[in-house]
Write a protein that binds this ligand. Structure first.
Ligand code: UDP
Ligand code: MG
Length: 316
């Protein structure tokens, strides 16, 4: 197998047929040596039937249905684990990422790159809020993180087998794949493209999921937030020192216990700091707990092809 295309799909019944039609054109040059793996991430709609029907039109399609919804990153991981190709191309089901970019990505890979990712030059049809939050997210992430994670990229990329195997060898449960691909190294390059609006259906990434992804990204690639606690404690010691001067001064000069304002202020400021640092600790401890439980990431309920290797990789 030369090329594997991996697409996670959740409630994408409207998109599957169009997606497969476009992918068929794109994989034409590699026809007999290509597969299209569609992962149904616990859809509630007709996605699974659509995937099965797509197989009648396009024999390269292989469907995997997960036992329930596990989220984009895990659905993608499931597809990547099933992929057998030497080059692996991943994209979203909604065609926001143009599959035709594969040609250019292939050229870059022929030149020796292991990871060729799409970098969004422009985002159409996305709300100002989504654009602004994505902008802030990537900047903040790189500020906090220990590896350089390419900005404005998603999970639209072509990778070589060795880059994929490196990522699949990483056993963690909270999977921020774009960071993991950045972390493995090798030669990487981005190709700019204009990100179109979603054609059909609606976004499967509400704010809550975006925050979840951001937290995973932050904690998986950096321990800087933990150090924040120490830094904040210096600040609060500083403020406490100034307070002490003020309190002693008032006591000596005015012989009064000064108003409650300063007390309330101090208490609220410091309890805020304490809660913040506790929260940061909690984020890491929660993830340690999840890792320690070492549960399988997902289960496969059904698959269209017997030859898709369903290895739920053993993660120590
Ligand atoms: N997706 C998934 N599981 C989820 C959420 C999303 O498999 O729990 C898939 C979805 O079907 C799509 C891709 O992940 O193929 C990206 O989702 P979406 O396009 O909704 O995200 P956005 O482009 O709005 O960030
Ligand atoms: Mg989308």
């Amino acid at each position: 197998m030369f090329l594997s295309v991996v697409v996670p799909c959740m409630n994408e019944q409207e998109s599957i047929a169009g997606l497969v039609a476009r992918l068929m054109l794109v994989i034409e040059p590699y026809k007999d040596r290509a597969e299209i793996i569609l992962v149904d991430d616990g859809s509630k709609d007709d996605t699974w039937n659509e995937i099965k029907q797509a197989q009648d039109i396009c024999p390269q399609v292989k469907g995997i249905r997960m036992s329930s919804n596990r989220g984009h990153q895990i659905a993608l991981t499931a597809g990547l684990e099933a992929a057998q190709g030497l080059r692996i191309f991943m994209l979203d089901a909604d065609l926001q990422d143009p599959p035709e970019l594969l040609q250019d990505m292939m050229i870059m890979m022929d030149r020796g790159y292991d990871v060729v990712y799409g970098r969004r030059a422009e985002r159409q049809g996305e709300t100002v809020f989504k654009r602004a939050s994505a902008y802030a997210f990537y900047r903040f992430l790189n500020l906090m993180s220990d590896v350089e994670i390419p900005r404005d990229t998603g999970d639209f990329r072509l990778v070589t087998r060795r880059a994929l195997d490196a990522v699949l060898a990483m056993p963690e449960k909270s999977r921020f794949l774009r960071g993991m691909f950045a972390w493995v190294g090798f030669r990487q390059i981005g190709i700019e493209y204009n990100r179109a609006g979603r054609e059909l259906g609606e976004t499967k990434y509400p704010l809550s999921k975006m925050i979840g992804l951001a937290m995973d990204a932050m904690t998986a690639f950096s321990t800087k937030p933990l150090r924040l606690a120490t830094r904040l404690s210096f600040v609060s010691f500083g403020v406490a020192g100034l307070m002490m001067v003020y309190v002693l001064h008032s006591l000596i000069v005015y012989q009064t216990a000064p108003g409650w304002a300063s007390v309330v202020m101090a208490i609220s400021a410091f309890s805020g700091v304490q809660l913040l640092t506790l929260g940061i600790l909690g984020e890491y401890i929660g993830r340690l707990y999840v890792e320690a439980k070492a549960r399988p990431l997902y289960f496969i309920a059904e698959q269209t092809d017997a030859d898709v290797p369903v290895v739920t990789r053993k993660r120590a």
